[in-house]
Design a protein around this ligand. Structure first.
Ligand code: NAD
Length: 354
């Protein structure tokens, strides 16, 4: 299996190096993988004047999965928009037709105090949000700003989902639930929106193919409230692009530690791009301070969803838990009495725990 490694900018190279360390360890244990590295973002611009160099896209296309660090930095802030690092990221997501975004929000017992919610509310939290990524009001046409009959300006967007779009994201939700707690909550606004009525009907229909998964429906306003009231009730949540945008950020903050959260974006064949949810953190780049766990956990998701190496994925996640239980902490999650370590040492701790 081929993995494209795209470190990117800022802390990207440092954190990706730790994930590669973990993957190398698995390879020595018999995992059959090949890795090829290529520049993206500011690094792509520096190498060839393009945040997504043609060669990088080619490496990503030929791979079974892509592991990415982060892109961006002050050095590139004044470039014209098409040359900016984030364009590289937007373009690679589009080129690879990644329509399903998976964002887990997991609270490790040792880190429950990092949340802004009471530890007893978030302890043991383990939610996966499946967000549709290529449709909805963000892409629907028509849209624009125009003058109405009274000569006033008005803005308008179109919320739009086709049945096949709903069906394919519903399948991703059900299949993910099957690999976890077998509970799927579909989030919509079916009491008000036509789009959501179709959404609810199609998800209910897809559910017939997954009798082992318990499906429930929830309105998005209630879901936003339940996420802070009693987040432990959720296993997998599936929702559209806009509701997912908002709920996944809300859920990630329940955990209180941006350096811990991985993500996956999948295409129709489970090929995916895996990356931490945080950015390139220029303020701490090159200082061996960044937390590499979100990237290592992204590699675990890659093993599970694209490479179908369930056991290797479990091993990596267990190793992260073990490193935390042993007291290893990077600065962002450190508390009194912890074994404060840098980026490299945290990577070593996880590799050793494997
Ligand atoms: P950021 O996520 O990079 O940083 C926010 C804060 O969290 C900073 O204080 C940073 O030091 C800290 N932080 C982030 N990741 C960390 C880690 N692994 N360990 C420890 N601390 C960590 O967001 P920002 O500061 O708003 O953006 C910085 C740059 O990253 C910008 O150029 C932005 O465009 C880019 N960005 C990229 C992505 C991406 O590549 N997917 C996402 C968001 C932002």
């Amino acid at each position: 299996m081929k993995i494209a490694i795209l470190p990117g900018d800022g802390i990207g190279p440092e954190i990706v190096a730790q994930a590669v360390k973990v993957l190398e360890r698995l390879r020595r244990d018999g995992l059959k993988i090949e890795m090829e590295q290529a520049p993206i973002g500011g690094a792509g611009y520096d190498a060839s004047g393009d945040p997504l160099p043609a060669k990088t896209l080619d490496v990503a296309r030929r791979a079974d999965a892509v592991l990415l660090g982060a892109v961006g930095g002050p050095k590139y802030d004044n470039l014209p928009r098409p040359s900016r690092p984030e364009q590289g990221l937007l373009r690679i997501r589009k080129e690879l037709a990644l329509f399903a975004n998976l964002r887990p929000a997991t609270v490790y017992p040792e880190l429950a105090a990092a949340s802004t919610l009471k530890p007893e509310v978030v302890a043991g939290l383990d939610i996966l949000i499946v967000r549709e990524l290529t449709g909805d009001i963000y892409f629907g046409q028509p849209r624009g700003i125009r003058a109405n009959a009274r000569g006033e300006q008005e803005g308008f967007d179109t919320m739009l989902y086709s049945e096949p779009e709903i069906r394919r994201i519903a399948h991703v939700g059900f299949q993910a639930a099957r690999k976890r707690g077998k509970k799927l909550c579909s989030v919509d606004k079916a009491n008000v929106l036509e789009t959501s009525q179709l959404w609810r009907g199609v998800v209910t229909d897809v559910a017939k193919e997954y009798p082992d998964v318990a499906l429930s429906h929830m309105y998005v306003d209630n879901a936003a409230m339940q996420l802070v009231r009693n987040p432990g009730q959720f296993d997998v949540m599936v929702t559209g692009n806009m509701f997912g945008d908002i709920l996944s950020d809300e859920a990630s903050m329940l955990t209180g530690s941006i350096g811990m959260l991985p993500s996956a974006s999948l295409d129709a064949n489970n090929k995916g791009l895996y990356e931490p949810i945080h950015g390139s953190a220029p303020d701490i780049a090159g200082k061996d301070l960044a937390n590499p766990l979100a990237t290592i956990l992204s590699a675990a998701m890659m093993l599970r969803y694209s490479l179908r190496e369930e056991r290797a994925a479990d091993r990596v996640e267990e190793a992260v838990k073990k490193a935390l239980a042993q007291g290893f902490r990077t600065a962002d999650i450190s508390e009194a009495g912890a074994r404060k370590v840098g980026t490299r040492e945290m990577g070593d701790a996880v590799a050793a725990a494997l």
